[in-house]
Write a protein that binds this ligand. Structure first.
Ligand SMILES: Nc1ncnc2c1ncn2[C@@H]1O[C@H](COP(=O)(O)OP(=O)(O)O)[C@@H](O)[C@H]1O
Ligand SMILES: [Mg+2]
Length: 490
């Protein structure tokens, strides 16, 4: 509970909330004027409407003069009716008698008018020097009801009592009927608080303390939530960083894997190459032995030796040719497109896989269109492409027993200046002809699943296309197209 407070203008009182109803006991007229001038000045300077009810011996002009001396803009306040100074007889005893209800209504009317005119509230002071014994009881009743009447209103009331006119009984009555009392005697101040006022003040303090405590609690809760949030933000940042690192790792792994595919392809190749080299080598050795026999015969049969050496030279050249082709296949060079006869490339790759096909009882057939227009291609990459497609076809027929294993390669010119190549096998077929192009998709025990993705990226680099068609039991056909070399297109 934070109550809006006003400056009372009375040092010993300090700030006061709206609804304050207190009294001042005074000894001299000078003390009274000094205190009330300061009280009204504080009100005027804080946009309050002030009403000062004076009683003999203080006259209205005494109050005016006293205020004028102290409040610089007093004339303006007076002119715009920010302050009214009236006599007690006029205010309290309008019809010659004191009427509690009429006086309280009077305050409320002043308050209504003041708030309509934009004032913050009404500050009142009334002197009681006019009070006679006969009116004392009624006035006490009025003072008592005033407490309730102005609670929760933007009203503050200061009642002033001349000490000279008050006996002990009267003083007790006054103190009882006000929230608190202040007294000025021989230049020094006393403050008398009633138990109720003390209690109220204690209650306000308690509520304020409680509020402060709640603010502290809430602040610490908020701080905790804030810390939690900061922590979460940090965690998220870490997670994002980890993700970035993971992505980098994946990219690095992919690069390593495509390298690994090439190595795996080489391993597959090694077997076929060994076979191709071993055959002519065995022939060379056999030829050598034969030469030795013809030479040690009596007389040496030089004609036969000559024949054998010719065969040896031929076989040796065959071996050299195999080595040259393998070298060409693995030369790691940047993509270099030259005009190529795709039939020639097919022939080169067939010589490499031929032995492997024979070993696995696969018959290789070709239908290659004669005088095909050259395509623009990188020889090594197109060899790798064909090698993988042919090896996949051979692999796919491993389990076939009910029909002859046949691998068919066709090439032909198509409209739109492209050359189409088909590799058909009669193997197990493909359930999903697109899935096989996904990286790492493999059904083979030692497969990598990178062959077809690499093939597709090779064709993309050649502005070509690669796709598969398959029907259950009838095997699979892989197709690829390559654009015809510009200039040779016509
Ligand atoms: N001609 C084909 N017939 C049937 N399945 C095939 C054929 N070619 C490829 N596949 C399937 O596609 C998969 C992926 O092939 P590929 O990318 O070359 O990787 P890998 O040969 O290492 O498995 C193979 O494991 C196989 O299941
Ligand atoms: Mg493969």
């Amino acid at each position: 509970m934070l109550t809006e407070t006003r400056k009372s203008g009375v040092d010993v009182v300090g700030d006061m909330p709206w609804g304050t109803h207190f009294c001042l006991f005074y000894e001299t007229k000078a003390d009274l004027l000094e205190t009330l001038v300061s009280y009204c000045k504080a009100g005027l300077e804080n946009q309050e409407f002030c009403l000062w009810v004076v009683a003999e011996p203080v006259r209205e002009e005494d109050a005016r003069h006293a205020l004028k001396r102290v409040v610089p803009e007093f004339d303006r306040y007076l002119a715009d009716h920010s302050i009214e100074i009236v006599s007690a007889r006029e205010w309290y005893l309008k019809d010659g008698t004191f009427d509690l209800k009429r006086v309280i209504d009077g305050w409320n009317e002043k308050l209504a008018r003041a708030s309509a005119r934009g004032y913050a509230g009404v500050r009142v002071t009334g002197d009681t020097a006019w009070l006679e014994k006969k009116d004392w009881k009624d006035f006490c009743e009025y003072e008592e009801s005033l407490n309730e009447a102005i609670a929760n209103q933007h009203l503050a009331v200061l009642c002033t009592y001349p000490l000279a006119g008050c006996g002990a009984t009267e003083i007790l009555d006054v103190v009882r009927t006000h929230q608190f009392a202040v007294a000025k005697r021989r230049g020094s101040w006393d403050v008398i608080e009633t138990a109720g006022h003390k209690q109220a003040k204690a209650e306000i303090k308690r509520l304020n303390d409680e509020l402060e405590l709640r603010v502290v609690e809430r602040t610490s809760q908020l701080t905790a939530v804030n810390e939690e949030l900061t922590k979460e933000i940090l965690e998220r940042q870490h997670a994002e960083e980890a993700l970035l690192r993971a992505e980098e790792t994946v990219r690095a792994t992919q690069t390593r894997l495509s390298r690994a595919t090439q190595i795996a392809t080489m391993a597959e190749l090694a077997a076929s190459i060994a076979h191709e080299i071993n055959q002519p080598l065995a022939a060379v050795v056999t030829g050598g032995h034969a030469c030795m026999r013809w030479l040690s015969a009596q007389p040496p049969n030089l004609a036969k030796v000559h024949e054998a050496v010719e065969r040896i030279v031929r076989d040796g050249n065959d071996v050299a040719e195999v080595v040259r082709r393998v070298r060409a296949l693995f030369k790691r060079a940047a993509l270099e497109k030259v005009p190529l006869d795709i039939n020639e490339v097919i022939g080169e790759v067939l010589r490499l896989v031929g032995a492997e096909a024979g070993k696995r009882r696969v018959g290789v057939e070709t239908e290659l269109e004669k005088n095909l227009a050259p395509v623009a291609g990188d020889r090594v990459q197109l060899q790798q492409l064909l090698f993988n497609l042919l090896m996949n076809g051979i692999d796919a027929m491993d389990l076939v027993v009910d029909r002859p294993k046949k691998l068919m390669i066709r090439s032909k010119r198509q409209s739109g200046n492209v050359v189409l190549v088909e590799i058909h096998d009669c193997g197990i077929g493909l359930p999903d002809p697109e899935k096989v192009f996904e990286a790492f998709f493999t059904t083979k025990e030692n497969g990598l699943g990178m062959g077809l993705p690499v093939c597709r990226s090779i064709l993309e680099a050649h502005d070509g296309r690669l796709w598969a068609e398959s029907s259950e039991g009838a095997g699979t056909t892989f197709f690829f197209t390559l654009p015809v070399q510009m200039g040779a297109a016509a």
